[in-house]
Design a protein around this ligand. Sequence first.
Ligand code: ZN
Length: 310
Amino acid sequence: MKKWLLFFVVLLLTACGNQTATEDTGKSKIKIGYLPITHAAPLYAQATAQYPDYEVELVKFGAWPELMDALNTGKIDGASVLAPLAMKAHEQGIAIQAVALGHQDGNIVVGAPTITDATQLKGQRFAIPSKYSSHNILLDRLRQTANLQPNDIDVVELPPAEMPAALAEGRIAGYVVAEPFGALAVAMDKGDVLFQSEELWEHSICCLLVLRRSFLEENSTVAQAFIDDYHLAGKLIHKKDEEAKTIVKKYLNVEDDVLDLSLAWISYDDLTITKAAYEELVTSLESLKLLDKIPDFEQFVMQKVTENPS
Ligand code: ZN
């Protein structure tokens, strides 16, 4: 009887420990959620590369709520996700840690060709992907730059892929969203760049690479290798050469001119989350009153797996 009990305990532990191991290669499989945007490009390089101890399986989502649901329920080990959405999940008790930036800069405010100055957005409809986004913060800063009040712009939430068409059809006068959807409107001559994100917010934090804490705890060595390799993948994509573009185009269905524009605006060479940039994000979220309990840097950000945030 005791032998059988021991057998079952061993079986259970083995099953838990090898949760992510693939049968064929024996390597750990790390499942990471993403939306097909330029902002997730370092992950595309990782999913294409060969690593000795693990492989990255990218799980594609069409919208942020579905991705967050998969992350919250443990169907994926991590994701490249909008920072405020990840912070909201953390606030709600979902055990995730931010381990790196998705990118630096790389958002543009697009206006219809008739809009030559941000003040002309007064009384107009303007789209953001989610109120829980850095794009909402960029919109807030745009309002301040143009001396506009919160109610002066009619803000709507739209799925990113719908924004270029909505602008072309005159349903909205502008938008700010993850790439390549800004570049798409510019390349089609349906929109102009009103601002680069760094003109409104230097060192803005947009997307974060987050991992579930259970994954980090159960796979600490592999998780650290994955994070280290993620930073190297960022440097590879940052070259923005033919190799980088070929990798990105495996995951992103875009024309070369759109991709070139999109990559020209973004940076991936240093994906470290700095405390100063994080605290500015926190201050911005506090002024928008979007979250009740914003996690502080030490609670939420883990750049070395050996760290032990609360
Ligand atoms: Zn982003």
